[in-house]
Design a protein around this ligand. Sequence first.
Ligand code: ASP
Length: 439
Amino acid sequence: MSVKVCKFGGTSMADGNVINGVKKIIDADARRKYVVVSAPGKRYSGDTKVTDLLYACHKELVEKGSCKNGFAAVRARFNSLVKELNIPFEINALLDETEAAIDSERSEDFTASRGEYLCARIVAEVLGATFIDAKDVIFFNEDGSLNGEKSYKAISFAVSGAERAVIPGFYGKGYDGKVKTFSRGGSDISGSIIARAVNATVYENWTDVSGFLACDPRIVESPVKMKTISYKELRELSYMGANVLHSDSIFPLRKANIPIQIKNTFRPQDAGTSIVPSAKYTPSGNLVTGVAGKKNFTVIFIEKSHMNAEVGFMCKVLSVLVEEEISIEHIPSGIDTMSLVVESNDLSKEKLETVIEKIKSAVAPDVIRVIEDIALIATVGHGMSSSVGTSARLFNAIAAADINIKMIDQGSSELNIIVGVRNDDYEKCIRAIYSEFFK
Ligand code: ASP
């Protein structure tokens, strides 16, 4: 039987009226059986997401021994939401219980997860659906990764008797038996896990936009909408900052080839974007699917004659980063050169100095240089590898905009070309690439 898993993001849960709209969407299609929700998001610009209120509660709890003030804001938010819904729901009793649990657990993850928990309890009531607590069905391994097999089994068992079920996103049960959250935006991953467990026909991800745009609309006015993209393109684009969907969302779905449909809660009639397994993907004819990027990277450039002939050179350099627990985003390399691209946030001034000293003593480079304030921009598309001259067009467009490229990395997937430019050139560079390939 055809089954849909629907995940509704924070803006789709923002207030009672929007949740009533969500109910209409769910009621309109009997296949929408399993619903995953985020915590209520912003109602207007300048508003605070419930999850952020909860992180503030935890901070207050640690600093002052109680989160009375912070929790009052959470309480007010859920009270007005229930009032708008006009349902007979004992929200204050549930909030009292939650406040007491936050106080006794004293865990950041537990506190942050309560937005999804409370919201799912309310939505289950609105829909007349079964509430399934994510901590009973989503499990993590000791190293923090998802225990897929155990989770899928528990989910399919838990939903088996339910006509409709609501599951809170963003958390599960850690190896130590306590609530553990995914990274921010992780309800998208919860939705994928549920979709995989019930072998959904499609995973609908309801947001406040009508799909993926070919680039950030804050940089280019009204960019082209993408009708269909592949899992791989999604991974590249969302990792590089196109933040419609969490970049880890595809992992649970890949083996089962379950497509994702991005939909807009506020314009349900819009088609949105389909994200399909690469094998089922037919390129639209456009060379480039999208352009996305992120600012604030640091590049450590290393040069040494005959680096290529020195067995273990790269390994020695990389060991330094392992010792210092720094993850590397990219490693473009040449015969006598290699660069390490690292997120600047992971690298304090002292840490950077230590890394440089350690690399010097490990491999005695001829030159080692640090380039800071770099933005990375990925131009992504399946069409790119099979078409002659794509990179020439890309680099010419960047040169014509008078932008100096500091680094180039063509992913081995041949699905993207990443350029590093100065942070200050970021927006200009995205505009130049967009107008070359889309106008
Ligand atoms: N509420 C969490 C966050 O704000 C998770 C999510 O919305 O997906 O990050």
